[in-house]
Design a binder for this molecule. Sequence first.
Ligand code: BG6
Ligand code: MG
Length: 218
Amino acid sequence: MVDIKACIFDLDGVVVDTAKYHYLAWKRLANELGFEFHDNDNERLKGISRLDSLNILLEIGKVTLSINRKEELAVLKNQWYLEYIAKMKPDEILPGVKEFIEELKDSGIKIGLGSASKNAVLILNQLGIVHLFETIVDGTKVTNAKPNPEIFLLAARELNVNPAQSVVFEDAEAGIEAAIRGGFRNVGVGNPKILSKADIVLPNFIGVTKDKFFSLIN
Ligand code: BG6
Ligand code: MG
């Protein structure tokens, strides 16, 4: 019998399609610094913190900078990212995920958000879905970024559930790794080749109901 008390959702790439905006902003920064940043390298930046992402980008461009300069560039990238976010509409919530979360909530399952983003609350407010989450653990609340499990462990603690009774939904390899290290059940959302360590992988949430999900995770 399935004994699931909570579901913890990543934000970027699971609830909303912001990955393309992160990519555009990083690409613009790379171009300003005089190198190209391609789509195939973008996967490495998913799920991890802003500064960790910047370090990978600079490694790709073979650029070495002081920590002060890095902090300035992280602020600049975020300003560009926020320009995209400001134009985002509720139709950019990924198909089926809101209905799925509502169905889980109606059946008494606790819902949390576990995101590396420092913009999570802003994005959820903009999309009008902040009320869906009983707890929101984001990049402003933790010191250790994914693949460290701190984000998900704190969410489970705030929801008063055990990791083994909770399911993490993630689109990033680093996020699935964090869920595994924390002892959570986990669902990869997206490409099964990238998310091969996940318990199960769903291509997206279209047509995913609570019953269908329970039959898969069991
Ligand atoms: C994660 C994204 O959710 O948040 C990463 O997958 C991003 O790509 C990270 O770098 C930090 O986000 P933000 O909004 O704080 O820059
Ligand atoms: Mg993500």
